[in-house]
Design a protein around this ligand. Structure first.
Ligand SMILES: Cc1cc2nc3c(=O)[nH]c(=O)nc-3n(C[C@H](O)[C@H](O)[C@H](O)COP(=O)(O)OP(=O)(O)OC[C@H]3O[C@@H](n4cnc5c(N)ncnc54)[C@H](O)[C@@H]3O)c2cc1C
Length: 511
């Protein structure tokens, strides 16, 4: 097996972030005989977007992000997107619970903490929206237990720092759900990679950059790699390639030459946080408080004041302040954007530039922000904040998808998309939102897209249902199953649960 692993692994995972690590663990759990190699440019896993301070660490369950619940023209609130994201996070909870129960992750406290999720607004129009949103959401079992208040005293009990020093008497409102979480996705990645490389037939190669991908006549992919220390070049031949290279995925998809990737481009958006590590301040804020994005700004610019727990230490994070950098990765090159331009994606790129002038304006305005502008934004969520308690923290890069579109020439997308070869022997994950929270959903989508033939009762399905007990069941429709999944994963992961009233008594546990 060792020779085969060296030159002909079954699977190559490009990038050692949370996405490749999750796909790798799923595949290996389902088919223990698979051989796998993971190549990573950096010196360790989880150091790019998945690293704790490079993202906000929100366990995105669409509890508090108001951009997932748009107002319809008739004034009602559409919660369908929020519900989708909400139950996608349940898949990650089940996957992590499986690994904790199996002993592959010793202590869930090393990566996940209960932190209430809140939405906070001010101004009569916003208050009216939040009230309607709360009503629509709590009519569904997925949001059972969410609280709402317009009472300044109540909100001050929930988040004192947000209310202290608030001098205006304009109306305010907040929702809170205590089942929210803060997740260190860097720690998740380290757990997953450690587990993976501890299994027979799996190896990770750090400081190894994948430079090219070529389809061979026998159907395998030749993956060319350079060792960044020695400069040595070599290649391996794999049956299946997952391009989980984050911002580096688009250039590799382009190099693979698969026709399905033609016309795709990327638009990088960088991020900056304000960070406060003073324990006296951070101990007084125990929530992730999301506001409303400014009109015309992109969804990933929603301001939020977050409690973070990283390596056992509590901190506060505020932001993000968006910006523009032509790099596709934080550790990437300023040439990334320009090198991604191809004859096939010029039209989509130019169309998006023409149709999204508001976004360009927004990013330029963010780039020009001085420290006092940044502090003024913080002031809205923490009126008594003192500049000396905060420092800047550079976040990760997000590469938004630009895809060809017959009508518009090109479209800018803020979600994620799996793009790959028609025979499903290679697939790349493009885009960045909702993000790491949905890693298990992404991995399952890879299985369904590329390994559909194995997802049968006589092959992988029984094991997949052991890992994800809700597989094949809609938690949006099945309130009882949702109740059981949440109650059991909350116990295993040590997060808060609000027990939904039982719908059916006497059913067996889900796992
Ligand atoms: C500002 C910001 C805030 C965010 N907030 C949240 C949040 O609150 N909640 C959430 O769930 N998600 C959030 N996200 C998104 C989340 O961080 C990403 O979706 C997730 O980390 C992506 O994981 P990944 O494994 O695809 O990419 P990465 O973690 O970036 O990993 C990709 C890896 O591939 C490597 N690589 C690239 N090219 C090559 C190559 N050619 N050869 C070898 N290796 C290569 C890179 O070095 C990197 O280590 C946020 C992102 C940003 C930027």
């Amino acid at each position: 097996m060792s020779d085969n692993l060296t030159i002909e692994p079954d699977v190559v995972l490009i990038g050692a972030g949370v996405m490749s690590a999750t796909v790798g663990v799923f595949l290996k759990e389902l088919e223990p005989s698979l051989t796998m190699k993971m190549f990573e440019t950096l010196e360790n896993c989880g150091l790019e977007s998945s690293e704790a301070w490079n993202n906000a660490g929100t366990g995105h369950a669409a509890n508090c992000e108001m951009n997932y619940t748009p107002e319809r023209s008739d004034g009602s609130v559409d919660i369908s997107k929020a519900l989708e994201v909400n139950v996608e996070f349940d898949l990650s909870r089940q996957f992590w619970s499986y690994l904790v129960k199996k002993g592959a992750i010793a202590d869930p406290r090393s990566f996940i903490h209960p932190v209430p999720h809140m939405s906070f607004v001010h101004g009569a129009g916003n208050v009216s929206f939040l009230r309607k949103r709360f009503k629509a959401m709590t009519a569904h079992h997925c949001y059972y237990g969410m609280e709402y208040s317009e009472d300044r005293k109540k909100i001050a009990e929930w988040v004192p720092l947000v209310m202290e020093g608030r001098t205006t008497d304009e109306p305010v409102a907040a929702t809170r759900i205590v089942t929210g979480t803060d997740v260190d996705y860097g720690a998740v990645t380290r757990h997953l990679v450690r587990h993976l490389v501890g299994l027979p037939g799996c190896k990770v190669h750090y400081k190894n950059r994948v430079t090219h991908l070529t389809r061979e006549e026998n159907g395998r992919w030749r993956v060319e790699v350079v060792d960044l220390d020695s400069g040595e070049k070599r290649s391996v031949r794999a049956k299946f390639v997952f391009i989980g290279a984050g911002g580096g995925a688009l250039p590799l998809l382009q190099k693979s030459g698969v026709p399905e990737g033609r016309g795709y481009g990327g638009f990088p958006v960088s991020g900056i946080w304000l960070r406060c590590d003073d324990p006296e301040i951070s101990k007084r804020h125990h929530a992730k408080v999301y506001g409303k994005a400014a009109v015309g700004s992109p969804p990933m610019s929603v301001p939020h004041l977050d409690a973070r727990v990283i390596d056992g230490k509590r901190s506060l994070l505020f932001g993000p302040y968006a910006g523009f950098s032509s790099k596709f990765l934080k550790h990437g090159s300023l040439l990334d954007l320009f090198e991604s331009v191809r004859p096939a994606n010029i039209k989509p790129l130019l169309s998006v530039a023409r149709d999204n002038f508001g976004l360009t304006e927004y990013l330029i305005e963010q780039l020009l922000q001085s420290e006092s502008h940044r502090l003024a934004a913080l002031d809205e969520y923490f009126p008594n904040a003192r500049p000396e308690d905060w420092k800047l923290q550079v976040a990760g890069q997000r590469v938004q998808i630009i895809k060809p579109d017959v009508k518009h020439g090109g479209l800018l997308e803020f979600g994620t998309e799996l793009v790959g070869a028609a025979d499903h022997s290679l697939v790349a994950l493009l885009g960045a939102s909702p993000g790491a929270s949905t890693a298990a959903f992404i991995a399952i989508s890879v299985l369904e897209k590329c390994f559909a033939g194995e997802l049968t009762e006589s092959a992988w399905l029984p094991k997949l249902k052991q890992i994800i007990p809700s597989y094949g069941i809609s938690l949006i429709d099945d309130a009882e199953f949702c109740r059981r999944v949440r109650s059991e994963t909350a116990k295993v992961l040590g997060v808060e649960n609000i027990e939904l009233p039982a719908v059916t008594a006497g059913l067996a546990p889900v796992a």
